[in-house]
Design a protein around this ligand. Structure first.
Ligand code: PLP
Length: 412
């Protein structure tokens, strides 16, 4: 292979054609067509939300579930269902979407960030232990990139300290921890159907539980605390809850998508495993691959690699730019900085310049003093590579070749 980087006028490493991908088709269309003949598009009346629930249960056993308008909404519902007193702390990951923490803040609770494992990118159980205080009431592990968190360790900590566990499975459709689906380990779990996830209806989510303490009220927490099962007393809320309902059109598309989930996950797993196997054989100095426990199934929403920047004559962003020039679907890192470094956390500007919890003396949390060094390092030295069914085995092989070419070019 010509070693001249495409960035410097050499030939591209990734030349395989990218087939056009149709994410939505006959399965979604037939459900949408049936739906327009319905008398109602309201979730509690319609068959689409019921079908969605049935399809979801093929993926993850769920005694109770509620389809929601987004993954963020699902997580807010899960947090609200815990009914924790204001100022209670929920330990979560600082490398995640804002959707993980929005509900925590709206419920007048305190997100506490624990550091991650340097190669799984998931919560480090040892650091979770260190961050437990007398106010800790729950842990929210995020199965980042599709790699399951260490749920045995997290559930052990939860049992020892009497904590609830909410699994954020937004990025981990189809992932298995010790052979069991993610979502089935904690007390509650949440999934996302946003545009960018394994399966999508544009926007949507699901919150689920098998715990009878939360199951019977789950729907109410997403529906103004109205009780749709009680015709006589439907509108007589005893708690404050938003309207986070999913409607029938979203559910028709989401249910159609879930019929294809096994095939979609099989594609993600095959492509992701192939890319990693190719990179592993090349044993590239200074490039570390994500750690995957052989007992688990990583569902490869994307692939995050790390660079040992001391071994390269370039910055992380220059490495990523060189990969893009080679034709690889690469981006630098994931989110730009840990969540606690976002301006709203640094300024404690959660409610129009105020954080009522702090002003009321219910927390002394100061996000300017939070430090998660592993997360900061990962976000500074990682590269994301896209994995999705629109890509092919050949593209994966060529992507690995592109990483090798750029590595050798910039190696010290
Ligand atoms: C880990 C994680 N949690 C929560 C969310 C929020 O999901 P949604 O965009 O559906 O609100 C996302 C979405 O990007 C996510 O990746």
């Amino acid at each position: 292979m010509n070693p001249t980087l495409a960035l410097h006028g050499g030939p591209k490493a990734v030349t395989a054609p990218r087939p056009e991908r149709h994410r939505w088709g006959a399965e979604e269309l037939s459900r949408l067509t049936a739906m327009v003949g319905q008398k109602s598009l309201f979730y509690a009346n319609g068959p689409q939300c019921a079908d969605l629930a049935a399809e979801f249960r093929q993926t993850c056993p769920a005694k109770w579930l509620m389809p929601t308008s987004s993954g963020t909404a699902a997580l807010h519902v899960a947090v609200a269902a815990l009914q924790l007193p204001p100022g209670s702390e929920i330990i979560t990951s600082p490398i995640t979407d804002m959707g993980s923490v929005i509900g925590i803040l709206y419920q007048q609770l305190v997100p506490v960030f624990a550091d991650i494992h340097p190669h799984t990118y998931n919560l480090d159980p040892q650091d979770v232990r260190r961050r437990i205080t007398s106010k800790t009431r729950a842990i929210m592990p995020v199965h980042l990139t599709g790699n399951p968190s260490d749920m045995e360790a997290i559930m052990t900590i939860a049992r020892e300290h009497d904590l609830f566990v909410i699994e954020d499975c937004a990025q981990a459709w189809g992932a298995l921890y010790r052979g069991k689906p993610v979502g089935s380990w904690g007390h509650l779990a949440c999934f996302s159907f946003n545009e960018f996830k394994h399966v999508s209806c544009g926007d949507g989510g699901i919150v689920m539980t098998n715990d009878e303490r939360f199951g019977p009220t789950l729907a109410k927490w997403a529906d103004k605390f109205y009780d749709r099962n009680s015709a006589a007393d439907a509108r007589n809320p005893t708690s404050l809850a938003p309207n986070y309902r999913m409607s029938e059109p979203q559910a028709a598309v989401a249910a159609g998508q879930l019929t294809k989930l096994p095939a979609i996950i099989a594609d993600h797993v095959r492509l992701g495993s192939r890319l990693l196997a190719q990179l592993e054989t090349r044993a590239l100095p200074g490039v570390s691959l994500p750690a995957i426990d052989p007992r688990d199934r990583h569902s490869f929403w994307f692939c995050l690699l790390r660079l040992d920047l001391a071994r390269f004559r370039c910055t992380r962003d220059e490495f990523a730019a060189a990969l893009v020039a080679e034709g690889a679907a690469a981006t630098p890192g994931y989110i730009p900085r840990p969540v606690y470094r976002y301006p709203l956390f640094q300024n404690h500007d959660f409610f129009a310049g105020f954080w009522p919890l702090r002003e009321a003396g219910l927390t002394t949390m100061d996000y300017r003093r939070v430090s998660c060094p592993v997360t900061e390092a990962v976000l500074a030295d990682s590269i994301s590579l896209a994995i999705n069914p629109g890509l092919t085995d050949e593209i994966m092989d060529q992507t690995a070749a592109a990483v090798a070419k750029v590595t050798h070019h910039f190696a010290r």
